[in-house]
Write a new protein. Structure first.
Length: 296
């Protein structure tokens, strides 16, 4: 398995974007089988560079996340990255997770502060743990043996009350602690991403900044997602979605069209890669990647 920083370096040298997919740990055994035996094999036809697996709220999927990353790497031969958060974990417990990851041959970690379990309100530091993701990045760099990713927010983190430029300055500091690349939160207005990228570039950031793209599946779903993460829905987009009502098939088709146009503009602007939020489904991401001609 490769370090993601090396994947980026090789793709940059070849003049090609890095294509990656994100999955989440299912809640049932049937969900596990569907992901590992249907969704991932279908998406492997697109020849992705790597994938990532999320870490449930409050670290609730710790063991399952590592299990899925391990199985993806062993059974499918695809480099996989484990998300890791600071929630409900001491420094020693995080060290145990990373020791387990190393033993499984996991080389890539997305270092996140993480969200508290649903309904728990604001993030609270665990006694003996980390309060900020830059502390986790620093810990990972000192530990060694991993390529480290971190999260960026083109519209600013929902918890940052000082404004998005303050949030972006904190991201620069986090990168300086040792992050190799940035994956962004989903967004639907590329102008937000370009402003974010250009601001970081002026601050001296040189690591890859990869936009995260979510093909819309339904109007209700995307409204819930954006309310949780603070991403804005442009009026032109919501107007189109409103016309579909409860017709999820029409919303999905529109989501593919919108994501294709969004990615085409991002790639034309020279982004180093695209990170697709798949929601453990293959259809929409497959259609977008095919539309972009990225399988060649």
């Amino acid at each position: 398995m490769q370090f993601i920083r090396d994947i980026h370096a090789a793709r940059k040298a070849a003049g090609q974007p890095v294509i990656s997919f994100e999955f989440f740990p299912p809640k049932t055994e049937d969900g596990d089988r569907n992901l590992l035996e249907k969704t991932i094999p279908a998406l492997l036809q697109l020849k992705p560079d790597y994938c990532s697996v999320t870490y449930g709220a409050g670290g609730s999927t710790r063991d399952k996340t590592l299990m899925i990353v391990d199985r993806i790497q062993r059974e499918h031969g695809l480099t996989a990255m484990s998300h890791l958060t600071c929630v409900n974990a001491t420094r020693a417990q995080i060290g145990e997770v990373l020791a387990q990851a190393k033993a499984l041959g996991i080389k890539n970690i997305l270092a996140l502060r993480g969200d508290p379990p649903s309904g728990d309100g604001e993030f609270k530091k665990t006694e003996g743990g980390f309060e900020f993701s830059h502390e986790l990045v620093t810990y990972l760099r000192e530990l060694g043996g991993f390529s480290i990713g971190t999260a960026g927010f083109p519209e600013g983190h929902i918890a940052c009350k000082e404004g998005r430029q303050v949030d972006w300055q904190r991201l620069k500091a986090k990168i300086d602690c040792g992050a190799d690349f940035v994956l962004t939160q989903l967004f639907f207005n590329n102008a937000d991403f370009f402003q974010f990228r250009d601001y970081l570039t002026k601050l001296g950031v040189t690591v890859p900044i990869c936009p995260g793209v979510l093909p819309i599946l339904s109007a209700g779903q995307i409204k819930r997602f954006t309310a949780l993460c603070g991403a804005a829905l442009p009026k032109t987009l919501t107007d189109r979605l409103e016309k579909f009502g409860d017709d999820d098939a029409a919303a999905t088709a529109f989501g593919i069209e919108y994501a294709t146009q969004q990615c085409a503009e991002l790639l034309k602007a020279g982004v180093p890669g695209i990170h697709f939020y798949t929601l453990n489904k293959a259809h929409s991401t497959t259609q977008v990647v095919k539309n972009l001609g990225l399988m060649d």
